[in-house]
Design a protein around this ligand. Sequence first.
Ligand code: URA
Length: 182
Amino acid sequence: MSDWDLLEKECYECVKCKLHQTRKNVVIERGNREADLMLIGEAPGANEDELGKPFVGQAGKLLDMALYSMGIYEKDVYICNIVKCRPPNNQNPTEEEAASCISYLERQISLVNPKVIVLLGSVALKYLIRSELSITKARGTWLAYNKIDVMPTFHPAALLRDESKKTMMWKDIKKAWIRAQE
Ligand code: URA
C-alpha cells in the first residue's frame, strides 16, 4: 500500500474526534499531489461534506476564479484543509479537533512537498503555524513551515462579506505563485 493509500484509508476510517459522528464524507484533497503550490483552508462546509472535496461551494468558486484569473489551474495546485470532517453549523474547528487531525495534514505536506503553502484565513494560520497574529496583520508577509515558504491570506469566504479584501488576496496568491515557479 502506498503512503497516499494508507493516509486515505486512515482518514476514511478516522474516529479520533467527534466530527466523525456527523460527517457524510471525509474531505481530503483536490488538485495535483505533485503541485508546487499548496492551499490550506479551514474545514469542510456543507457542500464539501456532501461531495467529499474541499472548496466546492461558494467560497471555492471564488477561490477558483481568483486562481484562473492568474492562469493557475487545478493541475497546478493541491488544496486541502486543517480538518477533514465538517464541524456542525459551520463552526470553526476546536483545538481538540485540529489537534486530532493535524498529523494527517502534516503527512499531506510532506508527501506533496510543495515549494509554497498559502494559508487561507486565520484558522489555518493559527493551527498550522501556531501564530497568534491576526490574518489582517500576517497576510502578504512570508512565514515558514519546516523550511517551506508560507504565505497567509484572507479566506475566500471573507471576500464574500468584504469585497475590498479581494485585491489583497489576489496579490498574496500571485506572490505565492511566482515563488512556487522560481
Ligand atoms: N472553507 C474551507 O475552509 N474549506 C473548504 O473546503 C470549504 C470552505
